[in-house]
Design a protein around this ligand. Sequence first.
Ligand SMILES: *[C@@H]1O[C@H](CO)[C@@H](O)[C@H](O)[C@H]1NC(C)=O
Ligand SMILES: *[C@@H]1O[C@H](CO)[C@@H](O)[C@H](O)[C@H]1NC(C)=O
Ligand SMILES: *[C@@H]1O[C@H](CO)[C@@H](O)[C@H](O)[C@H]1NC(C)=O
Ligand SMILES: *[C@@H]1O[C@H](CO)[C@@H](O)[C@H](O)[C@H]1NC(C)=O
Ligand SMILES: *[C@@H]1O[C@H](CO)[C@@H](O)[C@H](O)[C@H]1NC(C)=O
Ligand SMILES: *[C@@H]1O[C@H](CO)[C@@H](O)[C@H](O)[C@H]1NC(C)=O
Length: 278
Amino acid sequence: MSRPGKPVLVVLGVLVLHTVVFAQNEPLINVTDHITLPTDTNLPQVTLQCNLTTVSYNHRWSYWTKNGEEIPTTRTEQKNIEYKINKPRAEDAGEYMCVYTFELAPLANASIEVKSAPDITGHKRSENKNEGERAVLYCKSVGYPHPLWTWRKLGEGASFDIDNSSGRFFISNKDNYTELSIINLDIESDPGEYECSANNMIGNSTMTSVLRVRSHLAPLWPLLGVLAEIIVLVLIIVIYEKRKKPDEVPDDDEPAGPMKTNSTNNHKDKNLRQRNTN
Ligand SMILES: *[C@@H]1O[C@H](CO)[C@@H](O)[C@H](O)[C@H]1NC(C)=O
Ligand SMILES: *[C@@H]1O[C@H](CO)[C@@H](O)[C@H](O)[C@H]1NC(C)=O
Ligand SMILES: *[C@@H]1O[C@H](CO)[C@@H](O)[C@H](O)[C@H]1NC(C)=O
Ligand SMILES: *[C@@H]1O[C@H](CO)[C@@H](O)[C@H](O)[C@H]1NC(C)=O
Ligand SMILES: *[C@@H]1O[C@H](CO)[C@@H](O)[C@H](O)[C@H]1NC(C)=O
Ligand SMILES: *[C@@H]1O[C@H](CO)[C@@H](O)[C@H](O)[C@H]1NC(C)=O
């Protein structure tokens, strides 16, 4: 038998490679179950595990991601990997994945959800605006899954849920962030407390913001205050002058300067004398 020619070798080679790559099992990953962080107690630690069980093509790297981003320093060549979260809190919740990369095959991954009740970590405590202006309140949360947001206006016996229907309130939600805009502020009905709530299947969290609405005239108040002061001063001077005039006339020729103390004493005496005669 003659040795096969070059083209035949190439075809054989491709066939062999083909079977090596495709006749093997898809990678299988054994993973820990989804985890729900309790709302009432603090766990000391949770451990996420992935074991790459069936694979024959060359494994290259293993690493972890959280919410789609690689967690630094988790890259390794091992096939059984774990990721520990110490004292897990709401901000640690999210979608984790272990990712395996291979020399000659697409990457494989498996996801582990770490769920927790939302926790509102940021909100506007207070907002001060003039009537007719626009107020913007917001809240943002950590926790997973992302919450459903609601807003309430609090008031004695007059609390109500806010939605877009009134035409002056606008709520816009983006995953872990919510914003309430109130346009054309009304000085009678709008001031007060506003409450944002974040709800998911694990739990909920609420925070309160205070909205103050000032009158249109508010910026003028300091000016009006100064004006009022001037008017009062002028009035006082005018009244004082009017009451003083009859007394003053006889004093006109009194000497000024060092004699002043005497002159005021004279005034007192005169006043006393006048009062006594009355
Ligand atoms: C992964 O393998 C280790 C042993 O190497 C085992 O203890 C662990 O339970 C396995 N984890 C899973 C999720 O199968
Ligand atoms: C994967 O884990 C299951 C139990 O969680 C176990 O029965 C099975 O043997 C594991 N597979 C491998 C290949 O380790
Ligand atoms: C996980 O695998 C899917 C395909 O199975 C891929 O579309 C996705 O981009 C992978 N995600 C990551 C973070 O590697
Ligand atoms: C909110 O979610 C986005 C992704 O949806 C994330 O990038 C961001 O870090 C989150 N913010 C907080 C405070 O968790
Ligand atoms: C409210 O209106 C704003 C702006 O028109 C819109 O972006 C938002 O999706 C609406 N929110 C709801 C809950 O309908
Ligand atoms: C918020 O959670 C508490 C328990 O933590 C529950 O009683 C209440 O009904 C929840 N509120 C909403 C609006 O889901």
